[in-house]
Design a protein around this ligand. Structure first.
Ligand code: ADP
Length: 180
């Protein structure tokens, strides 16, 4: 674990499973149809319960697919969070990918603020099935987390599932967010 400070907000890098994390909301790396089949999405539904998939389908039925960069909110079932924020990152190779990934991360923070939360946990969106190189994603995350205008959020956790991705994020965050 590593803690960085951005004004009055802590940015925490954590190695582990996001479904175990206690936070106001945890973020899911979702697809536009909110069909939570693989990766972190499947783990979230497995641990949190079918209510998350059911509410996700209802969301898509009402509002349509979530655009790249966008977010949708459901309850969190049995997870130690009040909400799941389902965020759709870009697929690597999109020429506007970095800007879209930055929007995705910003929209997660904005939604958490709008929900009045003091903490939110994000996975390394787009670095799994969507193919983003972790170093590139880490640069985007670090820059957004450094420059965001936090209001209520006191703690933003970035939860990395593998040692490799954790180390990559740590290197970049040390440089951009001033760790030691
Ligand atoms: P995407 O389609 O956005 O790439 P994935 O779910 O395939 O989403 O992967 C995103 C990241 O989440 C990957 O770095 C993967 O290692 C990580 N991941 C998978 N399971 C978990 C989990 N339980 N907790 C945290 N991160 C996870």
């Amino acid at each position: 674990m590593k803690v960085y400070r951005v004004g009055g907000t802590e940015v925490v890098l954590l190695k582990g499973d996001i479904t175990e994390v206690e936070a106001g909301a945890i973020v899911n790396a979702a697809n536009p149809y909110l069909e939570h089949r693989g990766g972190v999405a499947a783990a979230i539904v497995r641990k949190g319960g079918a209510v998350i998939q059911d509410e996700s389908r209802e969301w898509v039925r009402r509002y349509g697919p979530v655009p790249v960069g966008g977010v949708a909110v459901t309850s969190a079932g049995r997870l130690k969070a009040r909400y799941v924020i389902h965020a759709v990152g870009p697929v690597y190779g999109d020429p506007e990918g970095d800007a879209k990934l930055a929007s995705t991360v910003r929209n997660c923070l904005a939604k958490a603020e709008e929900l009045g939360l003091e903490s939110v946990a994000l996975p390394a969106i787009s670095t799994g099935v969507y193919g983003y190189p972790p170093a590139r994603a880490a640069e985007v995350f670090a820059e957004v987390l450094r420059s965001y205008g936090y209001t209520k959020l006191r703690r933003v956790l970035v939860v990395l599932y593998t040692d490799d991705i954790y180390r990559t994020f740590e290197e970049v965050f040390d440089r951009v967010l001033g760790g030691t």
